[in-house]
Design a protein around this ligand. Structure first.
Ligand SMILES: O=P([O-])([O-])O[C@@H]1[C@@H](O)[C@H](O)[C@@H](O)[C@H](O)[C@@H]1O
Ligand SMILES: [Mg+2]
Ligand SMILES: [Mg+2]
Length: 280
């Protein structure tokens, strides 16, 4: 039977590639930086331009579909995930990397129907790596099948995480407390790529055993969550329950054993949900 979302997925891959061209060109000139929620939460005109490009192309081709985009939400749009077909877009995941030309910068496009991700596309545009997954049909990088690592001993593992975009002492203490506990299990190493989506693609590729973060948004992880699960990995909440893509908390790992071991060490907290009503 024909796949009813194949056309949409082909479009996502094509538009992610076009978006990647814009990002690579902009790297040569446009790096005017603005800030959002804090002095280290960065945005550029390229984030906004790429989001408009992707959104307009989806509206033209799939006029009934809904859209959630990082920069539209920053501009005041609602972040409601309904059962309707919905494109969940992070035009540049790794804006800080983009600003510094640190080479992990991704365009992330997830597509959800009935609140279930049907396909995910993460284009790591400076590495020219196109990560894709279709629900039930596996995960790929540039057409090659992805498989998570088979390492089940966290002491033989590399764990990825990020420091987030708050420099408030309490937030930083929480992050370092978790990081210290995990590092001292001990693990082979801890890495931060600077892009949630790329960290998760590294899990899917078997290069790191797990990634965790509190403070991410649905657009950071929607596409890559399917890439991880289709590569044989697991997703979990930081308290060990089921993952909720709106909760801003995630553990993505190669195995349940390593995901659970990480949740034992994390000092968890709950940032305001992506679908929380706006504060007045
Ligand atoms: O803002 P942006 O570059 O799209 O996305 C960023 C992530 O990918 C980064 O890894 C994470 O630590 C930040 O919380 C933020 O979500
Ligand atoms: Mg992002
Ligand atoms: Mg972004």
């Amino acid at each position: 039977m024909a796949d009813i979302w194949q056309d949409a997925m082909d479009h996502a891959v094509a538009i992610a590639r076009r978006a990647g061209d814009v990002v690579r060109e902009a790297l040569l000139d446009d790096r005017m930086v603005m800030t959002k929620t804090s002095s280290v939460d960065l945005v550029t005109q390229t984030d906004q331009k790429v989001e408009k490009l992707i959104m307009q192309s989806v509206k033209d081709k799939f006029p009934t579909h809904r859209l959630i985009g990082e920069e539209s939400v920053a501009a005041g749009e609602a972040c409601d995930l309904s059962d309707a077909p919905t494109w969940i877009i992070d035009p540049i995941d790794g804006t800080t990397n983009f600003v510094h030309a640190f080479p992990f910068v991704a365009v992330s496009i997830g597509f959800s129907v009935n609140k279930q991700i049907e396909f995910g596309v993460v284009y790591s545009c400076l590495e020219d790596k196109m990560f894709t997954a279709r629900r039930g049909k596996g995960a790929f990088c540039n057409g090659n099948v992805l498989q998570v690592s088979d390492q089940e001993d966290i002491r033989q593992s590399i764990i990825a995480t990020e420091f987030g975009s708050s420099r408030e002492p309490e937030a930083v203490n929480n992050i370092f407390s978790s990081l210290r506990s995990i590092l001292c299990i001990p693990v082979h190493g801890v890495r931060t790529a600077g892009s949630a989506a790329i960290n998760m693609c590294l899990v899917a590729s078997g290069c790191v055993e797990a990634y965790y973060e509190i403070g991410i948004h649905v657009w950071d992880v929607a596409a890559a969550s399917l890439i991880v699960s289709e590569a044989g990995g697991v997703l979990m909440d930081v308290d060990g329950g089921s993952v909720d893509l709106m909760s801003r908390r995630i553990v993505a790992a190669n195995s349940r054993a390593i995901a659970e071991r990480i949740t034992e060490e994390i000092r968890s907290f709950s940032p305001p949900r992506d679908d929380a009503p706006p504060q007045h």
